[in-house]
Design a protein around this ligand. Structure first.
Ligand SMILES: C[S@@+](CC[C@H](N)C(=O)[O-])C[C@H]1O[C@@H](n2cnc3c(N)ncnc32)[C@H](O)[C@@H]1O
Length: 261
């Protein structure tokens, strides 16, 4: 049997896709309809749904099944980052959902991962970088630092930054050819898709996504811990590595994706 992961604030599923590669069945929640989300989907306010799941309620998903907290082995959360992002013009105008999200994740009693931009009010965590996963293509590479606050301990992998400036994937980053700006180096959409490891999203969805390589690695770490507690219950092999796979000599599209075990 595969463990299930509840992917809250899921958008079009960059994070969710990585967890599915790690061996989870994934169910997403978002406050907006997500027609490109590749897994069963529940429409609604993630904080409201999570608190009602904690109280025992179940919710109907797009696959026609009802899901409650007991169905899940772990939760991922990607609350909106605009309140803390240096790229936001008026951060105070955006809802600050980070702390309320952590509070509810803690109440769930499940292992959790809460992702956000550097600068969000996280308590602790590790940050991940595209250079740790060789997210590169045609000599360009992706940095995309994101913090991951987890309910379990993880070691901080080291960046392997390349000397060339990294590509920035934001809502404004899609130009015809790679272009240098004072604060960023921007790319055509096709290159951004390759660097992110995502090929099913719109511009806006891609600009908001987590590279699946990050959550594939995190998902393997969660599954390792689940199998340590119940070795006969889950079908996925446990991860044996502490650090993300690293092979800087090949581009992501040419290299073997990270696997558990
Ligand atoms: C940064 S995006 C998530 C990106 C996603 N993790 C990925 O990797 O593709 C944040 C999402 O949170 C959703 N959102 C905002 N407030 C929400 C709420 N209260 N409940 C559920 N989803 C919410 C937004 O609609 C948006 O799709």
């Amino acid at each position: 049997m595969k463990p299930k992961l509840l992917d809250t604030f899921c958008k079009a599923g960059g994070a969710g896709y990585g967890y599915s590669l790690a061996g989870f069945d994934v169910v997403g929640i978002d406050i907006q309809l997500q027609p490109h989300y590749p897994f069963p989907f529940i429409l609604g306010d993630a904080l409201d749904i999570l608190s009602r799941m904690i109280a025992g309620e179940t919710f109907l998903a797009s696959d026609g099944k009802r899901y409650g907290l007991k169905d899940f082995s772990a939760i991922h959360a990607s609350p909106p980052c605009q309140a803390y992002s240096s790229a936001t013009k008026n951060p105070e105008k955006h809802p600050d959902l980070y702390k309320p999200t952590i509070n509810i994740l803690q109440k769930s009693g499940l292992p959790y991962v809460c992702e956000n931009v550097i600068g969000a009010p996280y308590n602790h965590g590790i940050f991940l970088c595209g250079s740790m996963f060789n997210l590169s293509h045609d000599g360009e590479w992706l940095q995309r630092h994101r913090n991951f606050e987890t309910s379990f301990m993880l070691f901080q992998p080291q960046c392997q930054h390349q000397q060339k400036r990294p590509i920035t994937v934001t809502g404004k980053s899609f130009v015809k050819e790679v272009r240098e700006y004072e604060h960023s180096r921007q790319a055509p959409f096709a290159l951004a898709e390759k660097l992110m490891g995502i090929n099913w999203m719109t511009h806006n969805e891609l600009a908001n996504a987590i590279p699946p390589a990050y959550t594939q690695w995190l998902g393997c770490e969660v599954i390792t811990r689940l199998t340590q507690h119940a070795p006969d219950k889950w079908e996925s092999a446990p991860s044996t590595g502490i650090f993300p796979p690293l092979s800087l000599s090949t581009s992501q599209s040419e290299s073997t994706p990270p696997t558990c075990g």
